[in-house]
Ligand binder design. Sequence first.
Ligand code: ZN
Length: 256
Amino acid sequence: MQADFKDSIECLSRHGVQASSLWRAKVDEVGLSTARKILDDNGVAAVSLCAGGLFADGSKTAVEDNKRWIDEALALGADSLVVISGGLSEGDRDLAAARDRVIQGLSDIVPYAQAQGMRLALEPLHPMVCGFRSVISSLGDALDILDAVDADDTLGVAVDSYALWWDPGLESQIQRASSRVLNFHASDWLRETRDVREDRGMIGDGCIDNRLIRSWLERAGFDGFVEVEIFSALDWWKRPIDDVVSTIVARAGATL
Ligand code: ZN
């Protein structure tokens, strides 16, 4: 959305939206304490901070970076830090090793998150962004990692319908996840998408039955917020933010 942090939060408040996940880059624009003040002044709570993790490329600073982001999530009053695995570095073709680094990285930061009382939500992303964004593509793969790290009090998953809707095993994997689902992100997959990352559709405009996926989540015990997350450089980010949020609010009842 082409709006700064303050305008975005004020817009949500204007339309009666009382909670939102926060994008790190937007928080960084204003700084942590100003961001918290803007949230409090507008009665908008932070659901989660996005996105930490980014272990797959073997960054030497990943653990320290994530500790800082955990601290930032705490300062913002967020319930979770969403973590994505990251993609491969230039020239790297060893996907198995990259996935191992994700497990190691999560294992390294879990004790710190645990001590701070901050939950981490591992978010698998669509297989088309495996190369540059996430070497973890399915909910089943993410849950295998949770099983390997074995810290269910701290490490859960974020279910993003845009990333996972294609998976015939999604319903059973949501049942398997059970109480480990910490976040639900919703948008729509445009049938003729032009960009796998920044051409997300408005809820109701595409192929995803978000209401069905939500029903699976609720049957598994999830009772958190539905976070509408529309990366849309090609369409919705070009529109006035009040139009975007009012469209989400108007459609939520029928599509989520
Ligand atoms: Zn998401």
